[in-house]
Design a protein around this ligand. Structure first.
Ligand SMILES: NC(=O)c1ccc[n+]([C@@H]2O[C@H](COP(=O)([O-])OP(=O)(O)OC[C@H]3O[C@@H](n4cnc5c(N)ncnc54)[C@H](O)[C@@H]3O)[C@@H](O)[C@H]2O)c1
Length: 255
């Protein structure tokens, strides 16, 4: 039996075919799942085009995680395609350029607040909005970048990721009794649109392949997507509040 046979999954964050979420959706379909995508605003059109490049064209419903109207409408929009969900993938991140790039001390609250709302609080928003459709044994999976450290240029996005990781633990606590698991994949650097929008991203990815005991390919989202698929599957039935590192092993190394 395929890993995700018979499951129906909501996948956020497909922007281009370099998006981590695109590869999650592709793998999920290859492993037997039905997939519904989300996108928002002017990106809807692009996501609809990219959705046709999946093994099976997937429907796209509108969700801007900062819009309460979209969050309130999400369950009904998804119900146009399925009556339940076995999982949801949070693959969303955004911070204004002013709060990344190595000028941490200049970060202003309005821009930091945007980063926190879109990149951290949104995990709670997505969980609550999709909860009416989530069944016992279902899983929420999100993507992080190891928030234990201060990285070059990541700045307030790193702070947002720390909040995101903490949010996942509280969601694991509060959704566990409903049989919903909440886990994160901490990925190494991958050249996506979001990554390339970080001023000086090269200084984050630089040296990663050399430091990783297993090596690391910044152009290959497949290992990360596989881990997301595994956490969505029935093969982690007693795991929640966990962060699985998919970084070639860098997180475990000293200098
Ligand atoms: N690329 C990396 O090096 C890397 C490493 C670790 C973790 N991550 C995380 O992976 C996730 C996916 O990013 P990616 O690298 O695939 O880049 P990406 O640019 O392909 O995806 C980011 C997505 O966030 C979505 N988004 C932004 N604001 C939104 C909003 N208000 N409402 C709904 N969606 C919104 C965008 O539409 C886009 O699809 C992010 O959480 C990112 O922080 C990326």
């Amino acid at each position: 039996m395929a890993l995700l046979e018979g499951k129906t999954l909501l996948v956020t964050g497909v922007l281009t075919d370099s998006s981590i979420a695109f590869h999650v959706a592709r793998l999920a379909q290859e492993q037997g799942a039905q997939v519904v995508l989300t996108s928002f605003g002017r990106q809807m059109r692009l996501t609809q085009v990219i959705a046709r490049r999946l093994p099976q064209a997937a429907p796209v419903v509108e969700l801007d995680v900062t819009s309460q109207d979209d969050l309130d409408a999400l369950a009904d929009r998804v119900r146009e395609h399925t009556d339940h969900l076995d999982g949801a993938v949070h693959s969303i991140g955004f911070a204004p350029q002013s709060v990344m790039g190595g000028n941490f001390l200049a970060g202003e609250w309005a821009d930091v607040a945007t980063a926190l709302q879109v990149s951290a609080y949104s995990l709670k928003s997505l969980a609550v909005a999709s909860q009416p459709l989530l069944t016992r044994g279902s899983a929420l999976v999100g993507l992080t970048f190891d928030a234990r450290y201060a990285w070059p240029v990541y700045d307030w996005m790193g702070v947002a990721k720390a909040a995101f990781e903490s949010t996942a633990r509280y969601l694991a606590r509060d959704l566990g009794p409903a049989g919903i698991r909440v886990n994160l994949v901490s990925a190494g650097p991958i050249r996506t649109t979001a990554a390339k929008s970080i001023p000086g991203f090269e200084s984050m990815e630089g040296g990663w392949p050399e430091r990783a005991p297993l090596g690391w390919d910044v152009t290959d989202p497949e290992p990360t997507a596989r881990a997301v698929a595994a956490l969505l599957s029935d093969w982690f039935p007693a795991t929640t509040g966990e962060i699985v590192h998919v970084d070639g092993g860098v997180h475990a190394m000293g200098l």
